[in-house]
Design a binder for this molecule. Structure first.
Ligand SMILES: [Fe+2]
Ligand SMILES: [Fe+2]
Length: 322
């Protein structure tokens, strides 16, 4: 019989896999804190995909044309798919999807604070695609190289779909900007409302992000919050110019020396408030999720009953076959 591998050797093996840029897989030994960090991050990510369907879902019945409605439906369905891949990735770490859903609707797990803002006009659909999915891409592309295999692999397809989301948003905004004066004002108003919350999607500044160093050492995270935020601003400013909108930041200016854009400080007290549940739509979002979960109980019950019936039938077939 093989000797059990001592814990210190297991840890060395884990560290060696990380150092060699290889992947940790579900059956591999991993430190408890690595597992817990991943469960928290993947669950929060999955919840964000699912809750993120609500702000745009608000416009599905009022899309201005069949084409816009088809695009928006396709995007919302992608987000549902992203949620499902991510819940499946979390399950490989030994948690149950039902348990994660319960934690979301009881407020014990979070989702991205961005989805607690309302969508007031159809221009918000475009701005969410451009800025919110754009920020998501900056955050998520490096996750394709995350050290945990199932998460990294899920992110590959998710990122491809996010890039469609960003493009559809930008194309919608371009169309509105070529329209009437009122439509251009609608775009500018949406940009004014979503710009700062989008910058907050990268999380607090590095000085206030105590877990970043450990996540980077484990190669779950590849860049700090501030690095990703800078990357997003540098990518977005020329797009805003091309679109013909103004980003609502008087401190925004090109820094020749750094070769990047300087920008103002987001209002971190707002982020704290929204995370604590005091954003404009927190209660509504969680309530809607809870109602959808309860409305879906019959589907889950039917699936369980069907699985039990199938397994009883198989059992009988096996008996008869003997
Ligand atoms: Fe997504
Ligand atoms: Fe998306």
């Amino acid at each position: 019989m093989a000797e059990p591998v001592p814990a210190s050797t297991q840890e060395d093996l884990f560290e060696a896999v990380i150092a060699a840029e290889q992947r940790i897989e579900p059956r591999d030994w991993m430190p408890d804190a690595y597992r817990a960090t991943l469960i928290r991050q993947i669950a929060q990510h999955a919840h964000s995909e699912i809750i993120g369907m609500q702000p745009e879902g608000n416009w599905l019945t009022r899309a201005p044309s069949l084409r816009r409605k088809a695009i928006l439906l396709a995007k919302a369905q992608d987000e549902a798919g992203h949620g499902l891949y991510l819940y499946a990735a979390a399950e490989t770490l030994g948690v149950d999807r039902a348990e994660l859903t319960e934690k979301l609707i009881s407020g014990r797990q979070k989702y991205s604070s961005i989805f607690n803002y309302p969508t007031l006009t159809f221009a918000d659909v475009g701005v969410i695609g451009w800025l919110v999915d754009g920020a998501a891409i900056c955050n998520q592309v490096p996750l394709c190289r995350c050290s945990y295999g199932p998460y990294a692999r899920a992110m590959v397809r998710i990122c491809k779909e996010e890039s469609f989301h960003q493009r559809q948003g930008y194309e919608l905004l371009m169309t509105l900007m070529r329209g009437t004066e009122a439509q251009r004002r609608m775009v500018q108003d949406a940009v004014d409302r979503w710009w700062w919350p989008s910058l907050m999607m990268f999380g607090p500044s590095d000085a206030d992000s105590p877990n970043t160093a450990r996540s980077m050492a484990w190669r779950i995270k590849r860049h700090t919050n501030d690095e990703l935020r800078q990357r997003f601003v540098d990518m977005t400013v020329p797009q805003a110019e091309h679109l013909g909108v103004t980003l609502p930041d008087p401190e925004l200016r090109w820094n020749e020396e750094r070769g990047g854009w300087d920008f103002g400080e987001p209002d971190w007290s707002e982020l704290t408030r929204v995370i604590r549940g005091q954003g404009p739509c927190n209660a509504q979002r969680v309530e809607r999720r809870r109602a959808a979960h309860e409305d879906g109980a019959w589907v889950r019950e039917a699936a369980v009953a069907y699985a039990a019936k199938r397994s009883a039938e198989q059992h009988t077939e096996e008996e008869n076959g003997k």
